[in-house]
Write a protein that binds this ligand. Structure first.
Ligand SMILES: NC(=O)c1ccc[n+]([C@@H]2O[C@H](COP(=O)([O-])OP(=O)(O)OC[C@H]3O[C@@H](n4cnc5c(N)ncnc54)[C@H](O)[C@@H]3O)[C@@H](O)[C@H]2O)c1
Length: 253
């Protein structure tokens, strides 16, 4: 990111992370910053093309990197990926997500199922499949779920997405309660408008309207989310549990 600082202070030399949807966009930036901070990273993504690009872009980290083609909506696919994982896991970032936006009147059952399957059931599938693969002796296990501001306040045209992202928050709070005494913290990040390939395709006047709603008067960068992720994954964040951190420039204030 031009003009933005990546990770400078966090050290994850002895840690391993799984990042779903890590082959592009926000997930890619999260994977990159964990790699830069010394972690071993396994990227799980269902796009072969995006995985191939990520492998090339991250070639300088080959010894720290594992890539797996996984559809988080498919339990068997998750089980396969867990079996191929070369390391026990310290950090899981549930980031894979899709949109199928339409007004409620036009939304089909397929639109609903696709988004719930990836953005909500996908988190259950991945976390369930990886649960036994966590580094059991670690007192600093981390699950970080990527929700959205839309899960907090709803959004026109996003019945499916808002429901899934609100569900992610419910899951996060429940796991925070259940798992904390076993050495996990479980938190969610609720990004606002973040510039990715998706937003780069949005017409300038629409982007300007979106930006005008943000008190910080800019869209977010993937590194804004990655920085929060690295902080939550750090040992210094060990008393932050079961919460949702909005990273949105003040959009939901
Ligand atoms: N971009 C934003 O403004 C924004 C705002 C709030 C929340 N988010 C959330 O952040 C996360 C990342 O979004 P992004 O903007 O980087 O999106 P993106 O489309 O750029 O990247 C998503 C990645 O997830 C992968 N993926 C999708 N479905 C998958 C599946 N079933 N199995 C495995 N991999 C799958 C894709 O191949 C892709 O690599 C999503 O959960 C999204 O809902 C994004």
């Amino acid at each position: 990111m031009a003009g933005m600082q990546g990770n400078l202070q966090f050290q994850f030399q002895n840690k391993t992370a799984v990042i779903t949807g890590g082959a592009q966009g926000i997930g890619f930036q999260i994977a990159l910053q964990f790699l830069e901070a010394g972690a071993k990273v396994s990227i799980w993504d269902y796009s072969e093309q995006a995985l191939a690009n990520a492998k090339t872009e991250l070639s300088r980290f080959t010894s720290q990197l594992h890539l797996a083609k996984v559809d988080v909506g498919q339990r068997e696919s998750c089980a396969h990926a867990v079996a191929s994982l070369p390391w026990a896991v310290d950090i899981l970032v549930n980031n894979a997500g899709i949109t199928r936006d339409k007004s409620f009147a036009k939304m089909t059952g397929e639109d609903w199922d696709a988004v719930i399957s990836t953005n909500l059931t996908g988190l259950f599938n991945v976390t369930k499949a990886l649960f036994e693969k966590f580094n059991q002796t670690s007192l600093h296990k981390r699950i970080i779920n990527i929700s959205s501001v839309v899960g907090l306040y709803g959004n026109f045209g996003q019945t499916n997405y808002a429901a899934a992202k609100a569900g992610v928050i419910g899951m996060t709070k429940t796991w925070g309660k259940e798992l904390a005494r076993k050495g996990w913290t479980v938190n969610a990040i609720a990004p606002g408008f973040i510039q990715t390939a998706m937003t780069k395709a949005v017409p300038k006047e629409v982007l300007d309207q979106m930006t005008a709603k943000v008190p910080a008067a800019r869209l977010g960068e993937p590194t804004d989310i990655a920085n929060t992720c690295l902080f939550l994954a750090s040992e210094q964040a060990s008393y932050i549990n079961g919460t949702v951190i909005s990273v949105d420039g003040g959009l939901v204030v």
